[in-house]
Design a protein around this ligand. Structure first.
Ligand code: FES
Length: 98
């Protein structure tokens, strides 16, 4: 039996949704597929992949929470795309300061 695919959408852009199996590393998936999200270190340290994300994904771990507290305090939808554990459909927007 095949696991259901997760859909990644990019609201507000012309980028087409991407479908991938759950728990795929987004840094790899979004680099090889056409997406507006850029990556640097891919290990949660540089902040290049800071985005606003909503949908079905695992919560940020302690290290990601520490980075988000510095990069995007008081923004509950901020995530580091390279650290997202995809569990279902999500929407990702490029980071823009409010
Ligand atoms: S690519 Fe560096 S924090 Fe995600």
């Amino acid at each position: 039996m095949t696991a259901p695919l997760c859909t990644i959408r990019f609201p507000g852009t012309a980028y087409l949704p991407i479908q991938v199996p759950p728990h795929q590393p987004l840094a790899e998936v979004l680099t090889v597929r056409n997406s507006p999200i850029l990556f640097g270190c891919r290990t949660g340290l540089c902040g290049t992949c800071l985005v606003r994300a909503a949908g079905d994904m695992g919560p940020p771990d302690e290290d990601e929470q520490e980075m988000l507290a510095v990069l995007a305090p008081d923004c509950p939808t901020a995530r580091l795309a390279c650290q997202i554990d995809l569990t279902g459909d999500i929407a990702i927007e490029e980071w823009a300061d409010p």
